[in-house]
Design a protein around this ligand. Structure first.
Ligand SMILES: Cc1ncc(COP(=O)(O)O)c(C=O)c1O
Length: 368
């Protein structure tokens, strides 16, 4: 029995009403009133001029690369610590990801490492706001401007995160979000691309719909794909947007409780640091335990006590799928986190005492 799951969706009356409306009206595919409504609500929340709903966060990354014109043979710079989709998408397009190290305090892409790894082939940087903590976007934009690179934010985990008063997804050419079931808001599967550029918005609308232009039916202006979101997914999204800020506030509250308990119970570990100007949306709370030898044993121990947990992402550079990628000379920070970090439950029903119990179990294991 899992007493404390990592995450689960929270739906209310609005989602049920909207979904029923789709089923009863027959508007279940990718046309219908909820798609544009969701896009408008999401763009407003993010502070961008436009948003384009897509089928999932992986599709959002592909749409962003296609729309910005990054092509086979080009290189993109990505952090070595992220979910595999950040690398999979360019690789499947014949684009080479270049893996660079992360900062030791934020675990986000180390800005100083970006410039060192720019080559003649580099076309874009994809910073990832890991676990909800926004990257140093002002510095990244500056480098991108200097070398004429595109910036695509992988904000799959960072809905509502803020860096220097600007939301994640509103700092670059295109921001990419995921609405998978464990994300801050969910549409089952789903994703979104945000932008302030009318040209990129129109290109994304066209690419999303198999390259058919706006206005002329069955006329293919460019090569595209089907990245469309369904009206049913968007119906859930519209409902979720009524509560997104509450969800984010609760995430922040839970993260704060973890920090308090870790200190109180003197757990020897550390977590991502919100550097000046950065406010995480705390999608995940991940703790590095420097002295841990066998993370899977700890995950099993917690599981037996009803506490779900998961390991920190593995650095891409150590996994077979990404063995052939160009790697930065030093990846020491990302490598040092491997096998040492555990993400703890962050579901929105958690209360103060639950966190005390979870950290208590962790402490007990570590004192064994
Ligand atoms: C950093 C990151 N990028 C991309 C994705 C892909 O999103 P999706 O699972 O919706 O395809 C995820 C999903 O977890 C992610 O965490």
């Amino acid at each position: 029995m899992i007493k404390y799951p990592m995450a689960f969706p929270i739906f209310g009356k609005e989602e049920k009403k909207n979904l029923l409306d789709c089923v009863e009206s027959g508007w279940v595919s990718s046309r219908g009133k909820y798609i544009e409504k969701f896009e408008k609500l999401f763009a407003d929340h993010c502070g961008t001029k436009y948003a384009v709903a897509v089928s999932n966060g992986t599709a959002a990354l592909q749409l962003a690369l296609m729309a910005t014109g990054v092509q086979a043979g080009d290189e993109v710079i990505i952090p070595n610590l992220t979910f595999g989709a950040t690398a999979n998408v360019p690789m499947l397009m014949g684009i080479k990801p270049v893996l660079v190290d992360v900062d030791k305090n934020t675990w986000n892409i180390d800005v100083a490492e970006i410039e060192k790894n720019i080559s003649k082939k580099t076309r874009a940087v994809i910073p990832v706001h890991l676990y909800g903590l926004p990257c140093e976007m002002d510095k990244i934009r500056k480098i991108a401007k200097k070398y004429n690179l595109k910036v695509i934010e992988d904000a799959a985990e960072a809905h509502g995160a803020v860096y220097k008063k600007r939301k994640a997804g509103n700092w670059s050419d295109i921001g990419c979000f995921s609405f998978f079931g464990n994300k801050i808001i969910t549409t089952g599967e789903g994703g979104m691309c945000t932008t302030n550029s009318k040209a990129l918005f129109e290109k994304m609308i066209t690419v999303r719909n198999n390259g058919m232009g706006i206005g002329r039916k069955y006329w293919h202006d460019i090569v595209g794909c089907n990245f469309r979101m369904t009206n049913m997914q968007a119906a859930l999204g519209v409902g979720q947007m009524t509560r997104v800020d509450k969800f984010i506030e609760k995430k922040k509250l839970i993260a704060g409780w973890y920090m308090e308990e870790i200190k109180k119970q003197q757990v020897e570990g550390y977590y991502q640091q919100e550097e000046k100007g950065a406010t995480s949306s705390w999608w995940m709370f991940t703790l590095i335990l420097p002295k841990i030898n066998d993370l899977s044993e700890l995950i099993k121990y917690l599981g037996e006590r009803g506490i779900e947990s998961r390991p920190i992402f593995f650095p891409l550079s150590i996994m077979p799928a990404f063995a052939k990628l160009r790697k930065s000379k030093t990846l020491k920070n990302s490598l040092s986190l491997a096998g040492k970090g555990i993400s703890l439950p962050m579901n929105l029903k958690l209360e103060r005492n639950d966190i005390k119990e979870i950290v208590g179990a962790l402490k007990l294991y570590l004192s064994k």
